[in-house]
Design a protein around this ligand. Structure first.
Ligand code: NAP
Length: 252
């Protein structure tokens, strides 16, 4: 949390899963939250209604983060409605049907990288343009939602997704150095097996249950447990952390 009375935080992909849990916790900590979503308007509205019902401030904004024009409009809309940006959670991410690289079509690779890498880069760019001190901003924080897949590799399931998360780790390290003197800290969380809908989009809704025996803590994680780490990285409690990759993976 910053010194502003109600700083603005933009969370991409916040209608469901880790993004929704992050938006709710951020609002409870005093942020005005822009809840970005792609197609599930009802889910995003329900997150916003929940936040408002608890006395917080939030706004749902549809935008496909893989399109630059939509990203710029998303950030403009958020700032116009909620005030100057003080934080970004680069959370929106996708994976596709589990398969080996040998069977993947290039269209799939392009879509995964368009959302997980180009989308994250353009969102980070917009956040820096708005928060950098030398550009008239007041500083802030960026947290990238990477994945344990960046170090595990995703073999046999989605090496494309894992590679996109490796790119996100490198973005975190490089951008953190680039904007450290601009009052902006850039960090990442690397969740492990978390109970959300994303596994169904890979064709295996029960993936966490299948693999949780390999987790030293013997269970999958909750979106709220990832949100706690994200909010800590955004907070002044993490004031000397930048370029950090925080594993939230039960020891896996
Ligand atoms: P999820 O439940 O599938 O939710 C994904 C969210 O992203 C949804 O709100 C979706 O919007 C949004 N989204 C997808 N594509 C988008 C786009 N092009 N533009 C804007 N929004 C988009 O996923 P999750 O499990 O919470 O994952 C969140 C992040 O955590 C991802 O980056 C993922 O890679 C990462 N992660 C997850 C796990 C895990 O085990 N769950 C582990 C490691 C890392 P709609 O609701 O409108 O469809």
């Amino acid at each position: 949390m910053t010194g502003d009375s109600q700083p603005t935080l933009l969370v991409t992909g916040a209608g469901r899963g880790i993004g929704a849990a992050t938006a709710r916790l951020a609002a409870a900590r005093g942020y005005a939250v822009c809840v970005n979503y792609l197609s599930d308007e009802a889910a995003a509205r329900s997150v916003v209604d929940g936040i408002k019902g608890a006395g917080g401030n939030a706004l749902a904004v549809r935008a496909d983060i893989s399109y630059e024009t939509e990203v710029v409009k998303l950030f403009d809309t958020a700032e116009r409605a909620l005030g100057p940006l003080r934080g970004l959670v680069n959370n929106a991410g996708i994976l596709s049907q589990q398969m080996c690289l040998a069977d993947m079509e290039v269209e799939r690779l392009e879509r995964v990288f368009a959302v997980n890498v180009i989308g994250a880069l353009v969102c980070a760019r917009e956040a820096v343009r708005r928060m950098a001190i030398t550009r008239g901003g007041a500083g802030g924080g960026i947290v990238n939602v990477s994945s344990a897949a960046a170090r595990l590799g995703g073999a046999g399931e989605y090496v494309d997704y894992a590679a996109s998360k490796g790119a996100m780790d490198t973005l975190t390290i490089g951008l953190a150095k680039e904007v450290a003197a601009e009052g902006i800290r850039v960090n990442a969380v690397r969740p492990g097996l978390i109970h959300t809908d994303i596994h169904a989009s890979g064709g295996e809704a029960g993936r966490v249950q299948r693999l949780q025996g390999q987790v030293p803590m013997q269970r999958g994680g909750l979106p709220e447990e990832v949100a706690q780490a994200i909010l800590w990285l955004l907070s002044e409690d993490a004031s000397y952390c930048t370029g950090s990759l925080v594993d939230v993976a039960g020891g896996r």
